[in-house]
Design a binder for this molecule. Structure first.
Ligand code: ARG
Ligand code: ZN
Length: 490
């Protein structure tokens, strides 16, 4: 099919994916070409992401030459983006070992590195609104050993390597616009020795053997935040569970631990239809569980394939299953609807915690949470710590600092975010609250959305102006009164 797309002043002729740009001088779009900003100005991570362009697709190839979890990997990435200003130069985020070469629109481009910024100067300025491609080839990255001090990153385990990118580690593996505001589709091509397995987000497109190596291609067709990438390569096996609630489910676990781990992951088959009953259709093409033998101290909602460490799998099912439901809930809240900036992460964690508690209650496991038998009592206990949590970590939508990931992924974002939702439910009633939840994941599906977007949507759906109510709950230093529970004290 051939279609003409008008993008600002530029006209693009697209014939089955081949894009021919009717090129003109940079001045055609008006204004001088200037450098794109080194960061998106995120309050917590100012240099994360970059200004001046919007990525549409990553075509990422990674090569793991040996069966060695500690090895350096090499890669090439072709990024398709649209300029959002006349660009004289622009940055990618990259913290890996080395960069081989860079081309822009097929022509060699100069590059330098400064900290985690890869600064690229194309031969010709890039006109605003036009599509361009940047290819970074021969980049190299080495995995780190995960421990309590550095639990995230391009991580090595006894069985192979994985990615725990959230919030600012993904660019240690490959050059990217590493901020959840700039979601893009992905093709991920993994080359590894025969006998090892390479798995990534989304659907496997192909897998071929070629002179002792396997080349597997994965496609994630739903726009994905870079922090949610997963590339697991090692002595893993993939186990197909068939469908749950219409969703194909596959798990990835270390081969030597498969017999022990796979039965424990099976509750996901119940969690998927349960979650669909709460908020509607699962947002992606598949789901599954990835277990690694390393200590992370958290589980992570990598898109379509949630990551857990073996520590979670050493705990009883009444602990593991609600946490697994939490990671599943993130596929809607955090992944399909990504945060606009990192201060909005209460949207991810507040909602995931909400459904975790609800799942525990409805499967008879809530008592594990300090002995509570109903959610009202549980939220009352969270409410009682309200001012203390705000003082220590900042309001839910405004974490004080980001020296460690635990400053951002703090208790006032998890429990504090969940109790904002409880307050909202008390204020508008359960029926309207459930409508807000469904409207949120449907309106902002495949997008990034802000706290302001949530407040506006809640107001529209409930038919009442909730601006000052939710602003107090999300930004105030003091815990507001709880609607319907005037006797609750902080
Ligand atoms: N988002 C994860 C969860 O609560 C864990 C986050 C903490 N760790 C991190 N590297 N961001 O499910
Ligand atoms: Zn979470």
């Amino acid at each position: 099919s051939t279609r003409l797309v008008a993008l600002g002043s530029a006209t693009i002729l697209s014939v089955t994916g081949v894009v021919v740009i009717a090129a003109g001088p940079a001045s055609a779009s008006g204004g001088r070409a200037t450098p794109g900003a080194a960061g998106l100005g995120d309050r917590l991570y100012p240099l994360l992401g970059n200004g001046g362009y919007d990525v549409q697709n990553y075509d990422l190839s990674l090569t793991y030459p040996q069966k060695d979890p500690a090895q350096q990997v090499s890669g090439d990435v072709t990024i398709t983006a649209v300029a959002t200003q006349n660009l004289s130069r622009f940055d990618l985020d990259f913290g890996g070992d080395a960069v081989g070469a860079v081309t822009v629109n097929g022509k060699p481009a100069r590059f330098t590195r400064s900290g985690d910024e890869l600064i690229i100067t194309p031969k010709r300025a890039l006109p605003s609104h036009r599509k361009f491609t940047v290819r970074v080839s021969g980049f190299k990255a080495t995995p780190i050993e995960a421990d309590a001090d550095s639990p995230a990153g391009f991580v090595r385990t006894p069985d192979g390597t994985i990615v725990a990118g959230q919030p600012d580690e993904t660019h240690n593996l490959y050059p990217s616009n590493d901020h959840p505001r700039d979601k893009a589709t992905y093709t991920i091509r993994i080359t590894n020795p025969v006998g090892w397995t390479g798995t990534a987000n989304g659907v496997q497109v192909s897998s071929r053997e070629k002179s002792g190596q396997v080349v597997s291609v994965y496609r994630e067709n739903h726009p994905m935040a870079s922090e949610l990438i997963q590339v697991a390569v090692g002595d893993f096996i993939t186990y197909d569970r068939g469908k749950a609630g219409g969703v194909p489910v596959r798990d990835v676990v270390p081969r030597r631990l498969a017999g022990e781990l796979l039965p424990k992951a099976a509750d996901e088959m119940n969690e998927i239809p349960w979650m669909q009953g709460k908020v509607g259709k699962y947002p992606f093409e598949n789901y599954g569980t990835l277990v690694i033998d390393a200590v992370l101290g958290f589980a992570l909602e990598t898109q379509t394939l949630s990551l857990f460490d073996t520590w979670w799998f050493s705990l009883p099912s009444y602990v593991l299953d609600p946490v697994a439901a939490h990671e599943l809930a993130h596929q809607w809240f955090g992944d399909s609807v990504a945060p606009w900036e990192w201060s909005d992460v209460w949207q991810n964690e507040g909602h995931a915690t909400w459904y975790e508690y609800e799942y525990a209650l409805e499967t008879g496991n809530l008592e594990n949470y300090s002995g509570y038998t109903n959610l009202t009592d549980l939220y009352k206990s969270i409410y009682a710590r309200g001012d203390q949590l705000r003082a220590k970590y900042g309001p839910s939508a405004q974490p004080i600092k980001a020296d460690s990931i635990w400053d951002v992924f703090n208790p006032n974002v998890y429990d504090g975010g969940a109790i904002v939702l409880f307050a909202l439910q008390q204020k508008v009633g359960d029926a309207k609250f459930r409508q807000i939840e469904r409207a949120w994941v449907s309106k902002y599906k495949d997008k990034s959305a802000s706290t302001g977007d949530f407040i506006r949507l809640a107001s529209t759906v409930s038919g009442q102006n909730l601006t000052s109510f939710l602003t107090d709950w999300l930004y105030s230093a003091k815990t507001p009164p709880m609607p319907g529970h005037p006797d609750w004290t902080v």
